[in-house]
Design a protein around this ligand. Structure first.
Ligand SMILES: [Zn+2]
Length: 230
């Protein structure tokens, strides 16, 4: 899964190397300032001012710009957070309402693919946690518990519930058969049928049967004891 659209990691030369084994989770940020700055605009500002950096920034259009590779310490939070977290920044504001966040569906979904990539790669649970609850998805605000920073982004109204679901969806894309179900439900439906009548019709190449029904039909035809055709 490609987790960025644009890669500027060769241009961000401040920070320093680190071991991937130190990593414990994802940290979410907002850029503050003008949300319409765009991914390149924010990255350019950070490059020239050398005031901060992240691993990936995501803008309102859903563009994902990689500023640094995961094995590079960024200037995103206090020291400990910089050392052990991967940092994602929205071109957004911590004073946004929940409605303002939910209006930026493209940005949230694009960011969810980045966080899904990290959670899959490092086997972190896709759940919102404070720093004591790591591994998982935490915030700049939560890292204040470690000291060295007073920022409270991404703000009190960030829709963690919606974002967590988007990350989970990005980690388990729904396969085509039995659309609308999650991954585990879909596999179960392929094997045994959905509990909801008509939701999973079975396989065309099995005469519309599920895997279990097809096996039962074969066993019945062969006269194996206990096999019953449906
Ligand atoms: Zn921040």
């Amino acid at each position: 899964m490609t987790y960025y659209d644009v890669d500027w990691s060769s241009r961000f030369d401040f920070g320093g190397p680190r071991s991937l084994g130190m990593l414990r989770g994802v940290c979410l940020h907002t850029s503050e300032g003008n949300p319409n700055i765009g991914a390149e605009g924010l990255a350019n500002y950070q490059l020239t001012s050398r005031t901060g950096s992240y691993h990936v920034i995501v803008d309102l259009s859903g563009k994902r710009l990689r500023e640094n590779t995961d094995d590079w310490v960024t200037w995103s939070s206090g020291n400990k957070g910089n050392d052990i977290l991967v940092h994602l920044c929205f071109t957004a504001r911590a004073d946004w309402s929940r409605e303002q966040w939910l209006a930026q569906d493209r940005m949230l979904r694009a960011a969810a693919t980045v966080v899904a990539h990290w959670c899959s790669t490092y086997r972190w649970p896709a759940r919102s946690v404070n720093v004591a609850g790591l591994p998982g998805i935490t915030t700049h605000d939560a890292t204040r518990a470690w000291g060295g920073t007073d920022h409270t982004d991404p703000g009190p109204n960030f829709p963690h519930d919606v974002f967590e679901r988007m990350v989970a969806d990005a980690m388990n894309p729904t396969p085509t058969p039995g659309g609308g179900m999650n991954h585990d439900q879909d596999i179960r439906a392929q094997l045994t049928g959905s509990p909801n009548l008509g939701e999973y019709p079975g396989w065309p190449q099995l005469g519309g049967r599920t895997v279990v029904d097809a096996l039962a039909a074969i066993g019945h035809k062969l006269g194996i004891d206990g096999f019953e055709a449906k």
